[in-house]
Design a binder for this molecule. Structure first.
Ligand SMILES: [Zn+2]
Length: 230
């Protein structure tokens, strides 16, 4: 396995790393589903990660988004077009998909950088096939439940699997050993809401969590790190 991807969780989860952010590919008997779409270089890393995992011939059926930030959605339109995949994304972040997010207060700095990034990196707008709300169930990977975890953005959510007790937790926190941290204020819609979102996440029965900004630790270790922010 190369340094940009690793197959995890009994060969059912592929972690693809691209430029400071990672995203996930989930596999079930029908095909593959992405949790977020990566950032710069994400498309080529996805392709090579699928080849290395031996998953190249599996169809990519859908892309599920944890939130609308550019480092998670840059490649979504291209992935949906190239692979014919559906897009499911939180309703609360709808303006991001249209390339018109609204930032206020200190996070306006992030808004300016994102506007520049959309332009320079060639962001393409997209319309989700399904807008997600708290408690929705997605019929993939033997059932994923949408868990609304607002604060980082208004619509920010995670995807919870009852069977494995795993939570794909988006940018609820960043997991880098002793440098693990909550998302910086200037990235957030409302930092105070993150505290209750962490409580909500930890109230689930969990075996592990998979964040999008993390090192290569196990989901169990990421969960231990998240607990320190409760
Ligand atoms: Zn984010």
């Amino acid at each position: 396995m190369n340094i940009t991807s690793s197959v995890l969780h009994d060969g059912k989860v592929l972690q693809v790393r691209s430029f400071g952010v990672c995203f996930y590919v989930l596999k079930d008997i029908k095909g593959l589903y992405l949790v977020d779409g990566g950032f710069v270089g994400g498309m080529s890393r996805l392709k090579s990660a699928l080849e290395i995992a031996g998953w190249s011939n599996e169809p990519i059926l859908g892309v599920m988004l944890t939130h609308g930030h550019l480092d998670h959605v840059l490649n979504v339109a291209a992935i949906a077009n190239s692979y014919g995949a559906w897009i499911a994304a939180p309703r609360g972040d709808q303006k991001f998909y249209d390339g018109q997010p609204i930032y206020s207060g200190i996070s306006r700095v992030t808004g300016l950088f994102e506007a520049l990034g959309r332009h320079v990196l060639g962001f393409r707008k997209f319309i989700p096939d399904r807008l997600l709300e708290d408690g929705d169930i997605l019929d993939v990977w033997s059932g994923l439940k949408v868990v609304s975890l607002p604060g980082h953005t208004a619509g920010h959510c995670g995807f919870y699997c009852e069977r494995t007790k795993l939570l794909f937790c988006g940018d609820l926190f960043a997991s880098f050993g002793k440098f693990s941290h909550l998302p910086p204020h200037f990235f957030n819609y409302d930092s105070e809401q993150i505290v209750s979102s962490i409580e909500k996440a930890l109230a689930l029965e969990l075996s592990g969590v998979f964040p999008n900004h993390c090192d290569k630790s196990t989901s169990t270790l990421h969960l231990e790190r998240l607990k320190q922010f409760e």
